[in-house]
Design a protein around this ligand. Structure first.
Ligand code: ADP
Ligand code: MG
Length: 629
């Protein structure tokens, strides 16, 4: 037996560790299971290369609770340690890790992220244990089993002991303030959170299994039950397999394994697999986003060698893909991640751009393989794609191959198809192709109809980020501009070189305009006389594209120049001076009747912009009924 003092400069680091890692005490189990897993896979490697001449067998890791003794034990069948190795790896290496933690902690006390996510390795056991014992026996021939014991002070004891089987057993004597870790439900919860996909099977207790009845058994025969190991993990989850081994169903099953509370199948998956210049595997899923309840909870999970690290993937996964689900696994991401570490890390940046590229490629192939199906899914995926287009240039550059532009008629065009289709009809006299769009097919119905009457296509652009997407498209595509169908009279949205016929002379127009302005008497409306087809509506309200866009951008957090005050409501009242109604108005002598006609027509125009509400609407209906008498 030998006793010694662990070489640390801080007198007693354990109370400190305990204090600073308070919120994340539970990670001790993940750390110890990672060590047990490492020890097992290392042994496998040594047997494969012929270094270790032992039978590898089917090793498992066992987690046991002894409530009476107040111990939690993690036992592996890995390579074990000799006494010398315990000296070296536990007393020196592991402690230096703890010291390093304290060093880092000093500089970053404010960054709770670091403290929360810092992996302390073996010594994290002292966050929950007042005393830790190691029983270990090396795979090496003739090695003697040893027992190490330490109560958290820098003093430890190391002695020979009896242990017949190879491997390591870590016994935690749980401290009074951590007794929750002796609860079966707590341990099961942690194993499920961190080790659901651990590489080595983990046994936690036993369970009863009912054997199938033998053939020809009597009807009243009792089925036999047996006790079997309760293995809590799946050591070979979908992302560790080759895509060629998996069917669509396997991916869906994996999705449910990952998110047991999701009952809807994902729309499609993307299998990630790269080994240069970094290692990364994973499967990402596009969920159906519409009326999805667990967006906050079921997020992309980050693993390191099948050990759960975090679901805070900001910085690793590009922002626009945060709505996806699935798993990313990379040995190059350290277990002890902190957010600030991740953002500064070069490898992590590469991971992000790799994922972006992979998603773009997948979109291209989904589109090419089955366009019809892709179109059906568009409504569910467009938010992600459109967000990607405005936030990631690399993604935007490829988007012509997979971004769809749906029309109010249910047609889906790629960019080039759209432009080719509308160029002959929707190019104005200055050579600009005007893309008409609606944001709400019902509310803008009458405007859409006028555009369709002219033979124009109208896109249905109904995601909230559309103003930003339009800005991006206008800024990068040549000779196109966007206009919402109700931004002006359709003749003005796409101005053609056609002669205009005026029914009224200039002085008539002048007095008509004056009449209307006086009757309406509202700063919100700018009266604008236009020589339109005599069959076009006499009054139409439009909202100039520029003003509406500023408002929309403001609403979605873009740069609005009116700051907190909000953009004032402003409309153009387009008066068709060629309409019969305009002629009637001019002829009317009675000022009161004239004003009533004007206000009734204005209400009709408001109605078609969905602007007639409350008392105005009630009055309008009353007035209209009375006119029927
Ligand atoms: P890390 O795992 O990052 O090396 P740890 O503090 O978790 O740091 O562990 C320190 C060292 O102790 C390991 O590198 C390993 O050599 C040894 N060790 C810990 N647990 C075991 C185990 N279950 N079996 C064999 N060796 C172990
Ligand atoms: Mg470790």
């Amino acid at each position: 037996m030998s006793t010694g003092s662990i070489n640390v400069s801080v007198e007693n680091i354990f109370p400190l560790i305990k204090k600073f890692l308070y919120s994340d005490h539970e990670i001790f189990l993940r750390e110890l299971i990672s060590n047990a897993t490492d020890a097992t896979t290392k042994l496998k490697h040594l047997t494969v290369i012929g270094e270790a001449k032992v039978d590898y067998g089917n090793p498992i890791i066992e987690v046991k609770i002894d409530k009476e003794a107040k111990t939690l034990t993690i036992k592996d069948q890995g390579l074990g340690m000799t006494g010398e190795e315990v000296e070296k790896y536990i007393n020196q290496v592991a402690f230096s890790g703890a010291e390093e933690f304290l060093e880092k902690y000093k500089d970053s006390a404010k960054d709770a992220g670091i403290i929360g996510h810092f992996g302390l390795g073996f010594y994290s056991a002292f966050m929950v244990a007042e005393k830790v014992e190691i029983f270990t026996k090396s795979y090496k021939e003739d090695s003697k089993a040893v027992r190490w014991i330490c109560d958290g002070s820098p003093e430890y004891t190391l002695e020979e002991t009896e242990k017949s089987d190879r491997g390591t057993e870590i016994v935690l004597h749980i401290a009074e303030d951590s007794l929750e870790f002796l609860e079966e439900s707590k341990i099961r919860e942690l194993l499920t959170k961190y080790n659901k996909f651990n590489q080595i099977p983990i046994k936690f207790g036993t369970k009863t299994e009912t054997l199938p009845l033998p053939e020809g058994a009597a009807e009243d025969a009792k089925a036999e039950t047996i006790e079997v190991d309760n293995i809590i993990n799946n050591p070979t989850p979908a992302w560790t397999k080759a895509p060629s081994e998996l069917k669509a169903e396997d991916y869906n099953n994996f999705y449910r394994e990952l998110y047991p509370m999701q009952f809807e199948d994902p729309l499609f998956h993307i299998h990630l697999n790269v080994d240069y210049p970094f290692n990364l595997t994973g499967v990402l899923f596009f969920p159906k986003l519409a009326n999805n309840l667990n967006i906050e909870k079921d997020k992309i999970q980050l693993y390191q060698n099948q050990v759960y690290v975090t679901d805070e993937v900001k910085g690793i996964v590009p922002d626009f893909l945060m709505l996806l689900r699935g798993v990313i696994d990379s040995p190059d991401i350290p277990l002890n991640v902190s957010r600030s570490y991740l953002q500064a890390d070069g490898a992590v940046k590469k991971i992000s751009s790799y994922i972006t590229k992979k998603v773009a490629d997948k979109m291209v192939s989904l589109f090419n393989e089955n366009r019809e199906d892709y179109e059906k899914k568009w409504n569910d995926i467009k938010i992600v794609i459109e967000y990607g287009m405005i936030s990631e240039d690399k993604f935007y550059e490829k988007s012509d191959k997979f971004a769809l532009y749906p029309t109010t008629e249910g047609q889906y065009y790629l960019w080039n198809e759209l432009v080719e289709k509308i160029k002959p009809t929707q190019t104005d006299k200055d050579g600009k192709t005007v893309i008409l769009y609606a944001t709400n097919a019902d509310e803008q119905h009458s405007y859409i109809e006028s555009a369709k009457d002219k033979g124009y296509e109208v896109l249905l652009f109904d995601s909230p980020i559309v103003p930003h997407l339009i800005q991006k498209l206008e800024g990068s595509k040549e000779n196109v501009s966007f206009a919402r169908v109700d931004a002006d009279h359709i003749n003005n949205l796409i101005k053609k070189d056609e002669p205009v016929i005026s029914k009224l002379n200039d002085s008539d127009k002048e007095s008509l305009k004056k009449n209307i302005e006086e009757s309406i008497n509202d700063q919100k409306f700018t009266v604008q006389l236009e020589d339109l087809d005599s069959t076009d509506a006499p009054f139409t309200l439009t909202q100039p594209e520029f003003i509406r866009r500023m408002k929309d951008m403001q609403a979605t957090g873009g740069g609005g120049m009116f700051g907190m005050g909000g953009f004032p409501e402003m409309y153009n009242l387009v008066v068709n001076s060629n309409s019969d109604f305009a002629g009637e108005l001019l002829k009317k002598d009675n000022a009161e009747e004239k004003s009533a006609m004007i206000n009734q027509a204005l209400d009709l125009a408001k109605l078609s912009q969905n602007l007639l509400k409350g008392k105005e609407l009630t009055d309008f209906i009353k007035r209209s009924f009375e006119s029927l008498k």
